[in-house]
Design a protein around this ligand. Sequence first.
Ligand code: UD1
Ligand code: CA
Length: 453
Amino acid sequence: MALKVVILAAGKGTRMRSNQPKVLQPLAQKPLLQHVIDTVETLCCDEIITVIGHGAELVTSHVSAQNMCFTLQEEQLGTGHAVMQANEHYSESDTVLVLYGDVPLTRVATLQRLLELVDEQHPLALLTVTLEDSTGYGRIVRDSNGAVQAIVEQKDADAEVLAIKEVNTGIMAVKGAQLKQWLSVLDNCNAQSEYYLTDIIAMAVSDGFTIQTAQPDDEMEVLGVNDKLQLQNLERQYQYQCAKLLMQQGATVVDAQRLDIRGVVTVEPDVTFDVNVVLEGNVSLGTNVTVGAHCVLKNVQVAANTHIHPFSHLEDCIVGQNCSIGPYARLRPGTELADEAKIGNFVEIKKSKIGLGSKVSHLSYIGDTNMGNDVNIGAGTITCNYDGVNKHQTIIGDHVFVGSDTQLVAPVEIEAGATIGAGSTITKRAPANELTLSRSKQLTIKGWAPPVK
Ligand code: UD1
Ligand code: CA
């Protein structure tokens, strides 16, 4: 007996008014369908079968998983017809879990609860939810004993059924043998002339089975996306959940509505996020780290007690303890700051190591540089790392002092303890512990008069 998961993802999503297939619309920068796939992967299933149709090629190239295959539903003739396309991928002894590619936030625990209800005596379990407004959904019809009798779609329902608040989420678990049998006798005699998967519920009842039902912990888990409004609504709910998780781990979030997480974030206690922070990829922040307003951090690792001041942008970098970054700093890929480094305003660092306690405080570009400890880089210093074709290295030893408005033309080395006079253009090695400068002498032209008309 194996667990097979069928994800329905063939629909067009007309109401999205998008050139992209609906299931590729992004939630926290990840396709809706990928959210479903990632959840399923933590379920330990034996195979994922994704039913695709609209934008099939795009869909196959933008999502990925181990143990996943795609099956094409050329015409979208209904959810029952969609599941029929997966017929060859499961056997009679398998359990089949049906999910929708546009319902991204179902929790693993909820799916596990549903799956536990299925056995030989109970071949069908449904995930249902009670909604204040059940418009549009298939209604769960129960008898006087509370046993599920059928699902009736909105368009096929009379007034009495329309009043039912318990609805079909679409998510169900079915034994392979019965699923095959029920699908083989499905018809499309209904208001939409579609093959409804939901018709198998009444079939199960008439075969004498009791339908099992489970409910999600949170309504958000079963909300689908049909238009951009619902997409942003789910995005906000998802973001709120992420912020809540961080707070539970000890982070201080100034405004949970103004924090966006588009990846995986780990925090130590007392990390603080000011407003409008965006975190992407893998971000890990040590204890007491503060992230100022309007910062974007993508794939960064920051050690304890470092302060990232407002409007800073960090990508693919590693930052030590007790550092100070920004405001308005940009740390590009390959930046490594040792402990106690200081990167000030309007400073760009790329693919460089900045040593312990070194400071680049104002208006500088440091690229392809290996900088030692306790270095001070004056305002407006530029490493000229690019000759138009190749990138070259700058090496700066410990305790170097570089005066303001200096160009270091790479490849070049500034040896330990050297001082560079302000306004220099350094093209050759600057020896250790000496003052090096390249600057024409200041002169004053006595009696010089400005030109006259
Ligand atoms: C379906 C259910 C309804 C439930 C609702 C929950 C049926 C008949 N109805 O209705 O009871 O309350 O979901 O949201 O099942 N799809 C395909 N191929 C198709 C048709 C649909 O892949 O031929 C996919 C869609 O891309 C979508 C999912 O199946 O991801 C649901 O389809 P949709 O048309 O939205 O179903 P509803 O009418 O909303
Ligand atoms: Ca729908």
